[in-house]
Design a protein around this ligand. Sequence first.
Ligand code: GUN
Length: 286
Amino acid sequence: MSAVLIDGKALSARKREEIKKKCEIFEQEYGRKICLAVVLVGNDPASEVYVRNKIRGCEATDIRSLSFTLPQTASQNDVEQLICALSADESVDGILVQLPLPKGLDEDRILNLIPPEKDVDGFHPVNVGKLLLGKETIVACTPMGVMTMLRDNDISVAGKNAVVIGRSNIVGKPMAMLLLRDHATVTICHSRTKNLKEICKNADILVAAIGKPEFVTADMVKDGAVVIDVGINRVNGKLKGDVDFDSVKEKASYITPVPGGVGPMTITTLLENTYLCGVRRERAKS
Ligand code: GUN
């Protein structure tokens, strides 16, 4: 049996149409556009590509974008002053600081300066805490995009064994919390996990977010499992996921490809989060 492909590109295109319509209605209602400020510090090539794609996503969905690029040599104070100015700017709905920041900058201090109501990445401790408590909040884009993909394919989560490989703050931890919020039985695996293969083999839903190319092989996957590949690894100039796609697709019931799976949904979820921040900020005024 060959798995059904979860097409993140097609879903992303559909979602962007929906977001664009919602942003147009927002503008009619409130007389201004939703606005996202994107901050890039330094010249990491991968970050430059991500930021460019985020700005393009804004253009496609009628979101106003402000782009700020600070030099590699920017001081902690330079970055903090910019964040404070954007925090105070009433026309800005969302603030995104592209990670990683250059060495020497205090990432926590910078991220904590973004007001939770403008935190489109869902990285602020207040938003992370709300997620942990199972409350509605802005959630990190990649795991939220994965949940949208599951829902769009009518894949129910409640009562399933979900295994997340990876415990990063950006993907693994919020992914586990979202699956738990939707009533899955969740196991988080990481580099020190013993019996990783046995644990993965028990997964009805397996999410790979470890950053190791083709780490998940067919012998780690249960027949009929849903396999979500969050990996983006560059190998000899080609993009590879964390899952050995060719062998695993013969065992899984659903699988996401790389590229064209989770990746496109991440930026689309950022646009959705920006819209949500805009609406919530306006509603909080009335
Ligand atoms: N760097 C890698 N992923 C992300 C993300 O989701 N948001 C931000 N701000 N930086 C990142």
